[in-house]
Write a protein that binds this ligand. Structure first.
Ligand SMILES: [Zn+2]
Length: 387
């Protein structure tokens, strides 16, 4: 069994190296987290060859009844993802269920309406109406022009969120965070990556992204108190719990990725009472939640054969403070790019599932729940079964 797990480590590193080799214009990072002390790295010359190796690994694993379920789920997700990058078209339900283990149903209109009502109430506190006519006034009041200023505002919020989080979980030994500014035509405006124990918080200053003041305040709850701390804690758990070597490597198309996004996005609701949350920050946060939900539904409309014009109109009528070019780019990414098709979709359903947990937990239960997601790698299928 151990030798197959070691093969899995070598397989993922080899696939990652191929994707990054420059021969694919749509090459995507495969390894997101690598905590393995093993040195194995395989060599591949094509994705076709990667698929052959992956099929072989899955067959070998099938012969072992004691193989870890999470390893099986990861490899199945990888096979679906890889087939999609090779041109195979999967129905959205099958695709998302294979990668992230949930069923992508539309977000109910009542949830969107309730979120929009919160947005309108928060807007009124700043003398704004939530309508396209006030979009320019919204940006005039909240837009942050320079990436340097984004970095400064984000850094200011970091200690607040960490202090709140560490009331519940045992902090990782050391958390080193470096900030870098990049310009990439990607749908993410912020990104957290970890290598050799150092986390890098990237701000994507590509012109397709617009930054706002409240967003810079809440973003460290997501990227630092969420991703950076959870990654460090999982790295510790991998060693302490002696998890199979195949689980020392994580990819963003693995089932755990959706849970990481959901808990990171819902974290303020676990760590604070609503009344403690700053209105400027909450407005940006609620706008983002509404945007993720609306785009998830628009994506499903397109997946069901709807026209792109209908998907844009659906978004435009709900997202008064999002520029039309942002909606256009986001929808096209979800429809055309295998990496974004499921990853971008997962934000809204996963966030809502964690929000429901946060709302039903009593004050004394928050710590137990957070520890069950930070101190160990949770079972993804069990989470969705209970959600
Ligand atoms: Zn994230």
């Amino acid at each position: 069994m151990d030798s197959i797990y070691e093969e899995v480590v070598g397989f993922y590193r080899g696939w990652h190296k191929l994707e990054m080799s420059g021969i694919y214009s749509d090459g995507h990072e495969i390894v997101d987290q690598d905590w393995s002390p093993l040195s194995r790295c395989d060599s591949f010359s094509s994705r076709r060859e990667v698929l052959g190796a992956l099929n072989g690994l899955r067959r070998n694993l099938d012969e072992h009844h004691d193989a870890d379920q999470m390893v099986r789920d990861n490899l199945r997700a990888s096979e679906t993802y890889l087939r999609a990058t090779l041109g195979e078209r999967f129905a959205i339900r099958d695709y998302v269920a294979s990668l992230y283990l949930y069923d992508p149903a539309p977000i109910p209109e009542r949830t969107l309406r309730a979120t929009a009502a919160e947005v309108r109430e928060l807007c009124s506190r700043f003398g704004l109406r939530y309508s396209p006519e006030d979009r320019a006034a919204y940006f005039a009041r909240f837009r942050v022009e320079s990436a340097q200023e984004v970095a400064e505002l984000a850094r200011a919020g970091q200690d607040y969120w960490l202090e709140r989080l560490y009331r519940h979980i045992e902090p990782p030994q050391e958390l080193k965070i470096e900030v870098q500014i990049v310009r990439k035509d990607e749908p993410w405006s912020f990104f957290l990556s970890t290598e050799a124990g150092i986390a890098t918080f990237s701000i994507n200053a590509h012109p397709r992204h617009i930054f706002t003041r409240g967003q810079c305040q809440y973003i460290t709850s997501h990227e630092v108190a969420g991703h950076a701390v959870q990654n460090s804690c999982w790295a510790r758990a991998v060693i302490r719990d002696e998890l199979p070597a195949a689980l020392h490597i994580h990819a963003t198309h693995h089932p755990t990725a959706a849970l990481k996004e959901g808990i990171a996005q819902a974290l303020p609701y676990f760590l604070c009472e609503r009344s403690e949350l700053d209105p400027e920050m909450m407005l940006a946060k609620k706008l983002r939640e509404l945007r993720d939900m609306t785009l998830a539904n628009a994506q499903l409309m397109l997946e069901g054969g709807g026209s792109v014009t209908a998907a844009w109109d659906y978004c435009a009528s709900r997202l008064s403070f999002v520029e039309p070019f942002e909606i256009e780019r986001d929808i096209a990414n979800r429809a055309l790019k295998p990496a974004e098709r499921a990853y971008q979709h997962c934000y809204a359903p996963s966030f809502l599932a964690f929000l429901r947990v946060a709302e039903r937990l009593g004050q004394g239960e928050v710590g137990d729940f957070l520890r069950s997601h930070y101190h160990r790698i949770p079972s993804v299928s069990e989470f969705w079964r209970r959600a």
